[in-house]
Design a binder for this molecule. Structure first.
Ligand code: HEC
Length: 433
């Protein structure tokens, strides 16, 4: 099986240890456990002085919404501006109550991620905002203002910045995907060849159109003339790149830079180039005629400094079949660490449009469990979750993972594949020794 050979190859890089097969098994459909917290009790401010913009609301919105809803950001309107928020408040309350915004993400109650505080909105915050709206949205005292910690999604003082050669104007002409376009571009990475990456983050051209980016390392010898054309090529899921083989990073708005611990680094092969898969999103007429020219910035490990390698290894299931009409179909799978003790630094769950829920956890040999990711899935908000502390994946430990899909509108069963009308179930994990 392809996945197994990939994992074996990766593990053999990590440690020259004899490799045994991964233990794949598919189980019957099981109900996922989406935690519906709508009935959970929440506390309301009872100090008699209701919420104000400066003291309560602005900090909530900066933390939960402003990573996308800022001037020039991916989401419409600037939610750090009081007048704007007053005008849009009913829609905002609705989007929060329907759990549409902020877009679904893994529950930080499962694991502590870098930037956890930006991912999931608490019931308390949701209710505080609603009660502020109900009380006619008082501004309050500007001296109460709480300085908000902005999301730092760019890399400071990069050692190397590699950009797309040319600006690209998305056409948004795919009838199967109105308002969305997936385009891949080769970026010359000669300068990155042979180096070890310590940290990386995208450099965005047109922020308001970039929904997510997946970054691949591709052998130069496999690049075709079509791929090297200035306008890039149409690609979903890195088609023609080899989805699982060369992926090195994935980004969505508001994500912090990927950073590996001191003493570790991700090696970039000398005869490889970068391919970026850009997911462009039509942000409304204000972006008509706007081109994008994005790229990636890197911190590099100084030459000659030894590192423990970091690898991005996919765990996945390829043999599922989601029945037509199934509203909630889950495939569960396992991957046992038959190798050396490893540490997990982060994980990137990946499905397509039908994906609704993902879960991954480690079952340790002593019977204890560590939750890695658990949350509602949105194709439009695909994130790499970086653990604040590395998680031990010891010899004998088992990675349990599951993907849940909704095919209730489908008239055909859906299986693994690279096209949007096919599905995937991947957990790409950053591993080190
Ligand atoms: C990860 C990025 C992101 C975050 C975080 C985010 N939004 Fe959005 N939001 C978007 C995008 C993109 C759209 C545009 C269309 C869509 O995908 O629905 C949008 C649309 C909206 C809309 C609908 C606007 C319309 O045109 O009807 C509202 C309301 C909204 N967001 C509120 C919020 C609130 C409130 C928060 C914070 C609690 C939030 N959003 C956080 C990306 C985001």
């Amino acid at each position: 099986m392809r996945l197994q050979s990939i994992i074996v190859a990766l593990f053999s890089v990590l440690a020259a240890t004899a490799c045994t097969s991964s233990n794949m098994k598919e189980t019957a459909p099981q109900s996922a456990q989406p935690t519906d917290d709508s009935g959970a009790d929440a506390t309301t401010a009872t100090d008699g002085s209701g919420p104000t913009w400066h003291r309560d609301v602005a900090p909530i919105l900066s933390t939960q919404c402003a990573r996308c809803h800022y001037d020039g950001g991916l989401g419409p309107a600037d939610f750090t501006d009081l007048d704007t928020v007053r005008a849009l408040a009913p829609a905002m309350v609705g989007a929060m109550e329907d759990r549409l915004m902020p877009p679904p993400a893994s529950d930080p109650g499962c694991q502590d991620y870098s930037g956890s505080e930006h991912l999931v909105m608490s019931d308390e915050d949701r209710e505080r905002f609603a009660s502020w709206v109900a009380a006619d949205m008082p501004e309050g005292d500007p001296t109460d203002a709480v300085p908000a910690e902005p999301v730092k999604d760019t890399l400071e003082d990069p050692d190397l910045v590699l950009m797309m050669d040319n600006p690209y104007l998305p056409a948004f002409t795919d009838p199967a995907n109105p308002g969305n376009e997936y385009r891949c571009f080769v970026i010359d990475a000669t300068e990155l060849g042979g180096r070890n990456i310590r940290a990386m983050a995208p450099v965005l051209g047109a922020n308001q159109m970039v929904h997510h980016i997946v970054l691949f390392s591709v052998p130069s010898s496999t690049l075709t003339e079509d791929m090297l054309a200035p306008g890039g090529w149409d690609c979903i899921d890195g088609q023609n790149v080899g989805t699982a083989d060369g992926m090195i990073s994935a980004w969505a708005p508001g994500m912090l830079p990927i950073e590996f611990p001191e003493g570790t680094g991700m090696h970039f092969e000398a005869d490889h180039q970068l391919v970026v898969q850009m997911h462009y999103f039509y942000g409304g007429s204000s972006t008509d005629g706007t081109s994008d020219q994005s790229g990636y910035a890197f911190h590099l490990v100084p030459e000659g400094e030894p590192v423990t390698p970091v690898l991005l290894a996919p765990a996945g299931n390829f043999s599922f079949e989601i029945p037509a009409g199934a509203a909630e179909y889950t495939v569960e799978d396992t991957f046992e660490n038959n190798y050396v003790p490893l540490k997990l630094l982060g994980v990137f769950p990946h499905m397509h449009d039908l994906g609704t829920w993902f879960n991954a956890r480690i079952r340790h040999t002593d019977g204890s469990e560590t939750c890695l990711v658990d949350g509602a899935y949105s194709f439009d908000n695909q994130m790499t979750y970086q653990f604040r502390e590395p998680i031990v994946f010891d010899s004998g430990d088992v990675l349990d993972f599951s993907c849940t899909w909704d095919n209730s509108e489908g008239t055909e069963p859906v299986r693994w594949g690279e096209r949007t009308n096919e599905e995937m179930c991947f957990f790409f994990t950053f591993l080190t020794l």
